[in-house]
Design a protein around this ligand. Structure first.
Ligand code: 4NP
Length: 159
């Protein structure tokens, strides 16, 4: 049995694939890939089947992460039956997920950056209409929160 983590943003082509790729690398490097499964999705289905945004792929690649094989999909109500941690990138995503959430779901649903050490950002800023700097900031903030989330999961599941 593995612990299943789903990262969710709006389009699933910028923030949540960055979180998926960076978190997956931490899991693999820690030798925990048998115990922790990772996926990502968007609250909107606009980019279904597409690779991450080219600017997202480039910013992640510059820090040593390959996101090029990821493909976008929309979040499903059924995801609440499958995942143990559903992690939202901003409060709008969280709000949309709260509305989709079945009443019996009691596992984790919350904001990703609460796991990070930095305290300046509570939400991961949407870089879609931004500059290269905004995409670099996403990678930096995700690296911080991903480490915190992995530490949290290891502690709570004796891994
Ligand atoms: P993401 O960014 O939610 O981090 O994937 C966005 C991607 C696409 C759009 C908005 C945000 N869009 O409007 O198409």
């Amino acid at each position: 049995m593995s612990i299943k983590v789903l990262f969710v943003c709006l389009g699933n082509i910028c923030r949540s694939p960055t979180a998926e790729g960076i978190f997956l690398k931490l899991v693999n490097d820690a030798g925990l890939s048998k115990y922790i499964a990772v996926d990502s999705a968007g609250t909107a289905g606009w980019h279904e089947g597409r690779a991450p945004d080219a600017r997202t792929i480039a910013a992640a690649k510059a820090q040593g992460y390959d996101l090029s094989t990821l493909r976008a999909r929309q979040v499903l109500k059924d995801d609440f039956e499958k995942f143990d941690y559903i992690v939202a990138m901003d409060s709008e995503n969280l709000h949309d997920l709260e509305r989709l959430k079945p009443a019996h779901y009691t596992d984790y649903l919350g904001l990703f950056l609460t796991f990070g050490l930095q305290k300046k950002y509570r939400e991961l800023p949407d870089p879609y209409h931004g500059t290269d700097k905004d995409f670099e900031l996403v990678v930096d903030l995700v690296e911080d929160a991903a480490q915190g989330l992995l530490d949290h999961i290891r502690k709570n599941n004796a891994l």
